[in-house]
Structures are given as C-alpha cells and as structure tokens.
Design a binder for this molecule. Structure first.
Ligand code: APR
Ligand code: PHB
Length: 403
C-alpha cells in the first residue's frame, strides 16, 4: 500500500474543499485533496451564482480573485414580482452600501482548480472507496484506491468537504449526530442558455402558476428556473415548453423582452433544508453541503459553505501557529449559528415565494397556507423595514470571530 502524509486531508474538490485547500496552503498548512470523480466532471455541474461579500473577501484572501473581480457583475439589488407586480429590493440602500456579486459557482471552481494546479498542490482525482479511520485517535487517516493502487493518507485533521452524498458525515457514529430535514414537495427545473437575460438584475417571481427565477451569468448568458412538481421529469420539458411556461410566470414587461434559444443545460433539482449536528467529531470537520443543504431560493448554499471554510481555516491557523489544539471545539458551535440563520432565511423565502398544493402543511390545507404566505410577503414588501429584513439577510450576515 502506498502511504502519504499531510497535515490536513480534504475529502472533495468542490468549492468548499478547493477554497479551504487554497487558504490553508497560503498559511503554510500542508493539505492533500481526495476527490471521487474527475476534475472535468466537477466542472460540468451548473450551480448557483450569487456571492456574498464575505465569500468574495475569502476568494481574494485565497489569491484567486482575478477573474472573479474582472468578470463578476456587482448587483445592487433584485426584484420580487408578485403576480406580475414588481417590488425592488435595493440591497445597497437598504443595507448601508452592501451588494452581491453575480459570478457562477462553476467559474469559481475552475479558478480554484487552476490556482491549485499552478501552486503544485496535490489532488487525487477519481479516487474510489474513500474511507475515514481512527477519527478519535492521534492517528486519523484516509484510505482510498486510485489508478488501481491502494493508498493510505495519514494526517492530523480531515475536512469532510464531500457534499450531501459524501462519506464524511456518515463517518460520525449515528448515535452522536442529529439530522434535521425538510424536503419540499417541489423541485426547480433550471435552464442555461446563451441568450441575453431579461433583466440586469435577478427577478424572483411568485405567481399563481408557481415560482420562477430569472437569473444570469453575463450579458449574453441567462439562467432561468421554474418550480415543478417533485415527481416531474426533465424529459417532460422541451425547451419550447420551458420558455412558454416561463413567459406566463414572468411580469409582463419582462416576458415581452424574453429572448429564447436552445438550452445548454436543463435539469431538475429537489429542494431540501438539511442540517447535521454537530459538525465536528474528533479529527473530522464537516464543511459545506456535507453538513447542510438549503433550498436555492435565498442563494445561500455556496455562501454558507464559505463561512464554514472561513471558520475552519482560522481555527487550523491557530492550531498550527499557536499550538492551540483546544480551539477546534469552537468549530461546530460557530459554524452552526450562522448555518441556522441561513437555513431559516432560505426556508422562509421558499415558503413565501412558492405555491404549495395538495398535502397539508403546518397543520392546514395548502390553499390556506398559500394565503398566509401571500399576506406575509405583501406585508414585508410594502415597507422599507420589511424590505430591509430581506436585504440584510440576502447580502449575508457577518462571520463570527473565534473566541
Ligand atoms: N469521496 C471523495 N469525494 C467525494 C465523495 C467521496 N466519497 N463523495 C462526494 N465527493 C465529492 C463530489 O464529487 C464533489 O466534487 O465531493 C465534492 C463535493 O462538492 P459539492 O457537492 O459542490 O459541495 P461543496 O464543495 O460543499 O459546495 C457547496 O454550495 O451552492 C452550493 O450546493 C451547492 O455545491 C454547492 C455548495
Ligand atoms: C442562479 O443564478 O443559479 C441562482 C441565483 C439565485 C438563486 C438561485 C440560483 O437564489
């Protein structure tokens, strides 16, 4: 068996693992990433694209911000349209100057991979049977197989950055973890196209026919979503059917501007709220989607991963620079406080903007629930204070310092 050694073993080369690896390397902390699939496969995933300032700052700290800073679009606000009537959420004014950056997660991942390769940092792609061992001992390690060879990776700590379906979370004994979950009765059908977007900023649309989102990647690339039933199949949706339905859910003036074209990608994602507690067990830290999932309505998935990465990199810096091993205990409580705020916001936005039908929800029939949510949204959108509540959370709550 081939044996490797590093300070921090990172499972998963998604944005969490890559960003953490880059930040640690900058602080002189050795790390190796082990990823189940190929780099190309990772880059084939189309994900969200709204970055909070905290995320942007972290990417700058990691020294990988050049393309993000030149190609990313600063968004000063977005619209929420309710049955065709638009309300503007002016992020900048409502938050005292804060904005978000529109730049695709896939592009961030590409930039981080390129920086990692350029720095000569080790990554094992297409590693199968990754397993975590001896997490509560002085000799935690990973084992895996790569290119037909069995490998053992000895380390001080393991960062489980392997997403919702990864192996890391399941390596915490079941009796020691609590999982909180809400699965929504609908999914998002997403479509990416090289067409000019309908608007310069995002439009979140609540309509009688269901939710829709008009997003973008650039002035020539659009990203749209439709609420669909969780039992729907992407095969049921031709491009034409998608555009037709989108037109019906957009406010009229946006629908008139809509430019359609062939899809580059089309897929359905389920909507889920999920949190695993705690986020640390012995030498293992769970980071990003491995520990928590949010429905995409608040654009928080990647941004919650970023606050985990920030907290963990500061903890590991203190461990290695000040020999303070006790500070690892701070990871889970600090990370979870911010995660739960993001979870609540994403759950709330999802409830406000989607149409529920069929099943009973919160002890009432769906029609009654929809009326409550409609009224709540109306209440928030019609005052500066209400819009500010949305805006402050959308731009991202502050990161908590270590104690
Ligand atoms: N062994 C090694 N790698 C694994 C394993 C495994 N057993 N299981 C999964 N992985 C890899 C996946 O192939 C993937 O590349 O871990 C990576 C996890 O990446 P993501 O799912 O992208 O999760 P994360 O990096 O935490 O990204 C945060 O923000 O917008 C959200 O959900 C969105 O992906 C996004 C997330
Ligand atoms: C996206 O552009 O893919 C996107 C933007 C905002 C969201 C979700 C997805 O809330």
């Amino acid at each position: 068996m081939k044996t490797l050694k590093t300070q921090v073993a990172i499972v998963g080369a998604g944005p969490s693992g890559l960003l953490l690896g880059q930040l640690l390397a900058r602080q002189g902390i050795d790390n190796i990433i082990v990823e189940r699939v190929s780099g190309e496969y990772v880059l084939g995933r189309i994900r969200a694209g709204i970055l909070e300032q905290g995320f942007v700052d972290l990417v700058r700290e990691a020294g990988v911000a050049e393309r993000m800073d030149s190609e990313g679009e600063v968004h000063n606000g977005f619209d929420i349209a309710v049955n065709g009537r638009s309300f503007h959420i002016d992020l900048k004014t409502l938050t005292g100057g804060k904005t978000v950056l529109c730049y695709g997660q896939t592009e961030i991942t590409r930039d981080l991979m390129a920086a990692r390769a350029a720095a000569g940092l080790e990554t094992y792609y297409e590693a199968s049977d990754v397993a975590l061992h001896d997490l509560k001992t002085e000799s935690p390690h990973l084992t895996f197989e790569q290119a037909g060879e069995a490998v053992r990776l000895d380390c001080d700590y393991i960062a489980g950055c392997d997403g919702f379906h990864g192996v890391s979370r399941r390596s915490i004994p079941e009796e020691l973890r609590t999982e909180h979950e809400r699965v929504y009765p609908f999914g998002w059908l997403g479509l990416l196209a090289d067409t000019p977007p309908v608007a310069e900023e995002l439009i979140y649309c609540k309509s009688e026919r269901g939710f829709a989102l008009a997003s973008r990647r650039s002035s020539t690339r659009s990203r749209y979503y439709l609420q669909v039933s969780m039992t729907d199949d992407v095969e049921n949706w031709s491009d034409e059917a998608f555009w037709e339905e989108l037109k019906k859910r957009l406010p009229e003036e946006a629908a008139e501007r809509l430019v359609t074209g062939p899809s580059l990608e089309k897929s359905i994602a389920p909507l889920r709220s999920f949190v695993c507690e705690p986020m640390q067990y012995g030498a293992l830290f769970l980071v990003g989607d491995a520990a928590h999932i949010v429905p995409p309505t608040g654009a928080k998935g990647l941004n919650l991963a970023a606050s985990d990465v920030s907290t963990l990199s500061r903890i590991l810096q203190r461990v290695y620079q000040q020999n303070d091993r006790a500070c690892v205990e701070q990871y889970s409580p600090i990370a979870l406080r911010r995660v739960w705020h993001g979870e609540r916001f994403s759950w709330w936005m999802s409830n406000l903007l989607h149409s529920f039908n069929g099943d009973e929800i919160n002890g009432m029939d769906a029609a009654t629930y929809n009326r409550f949510m409609h009224s709540e949204l109306d209440y928030y959108l019609n005052s500066d204070e209400g819009r500010a509540v949305i805006a402050r959370q959308y731009v991202g709550l502050p990161y908590e310092a270590l104690h």
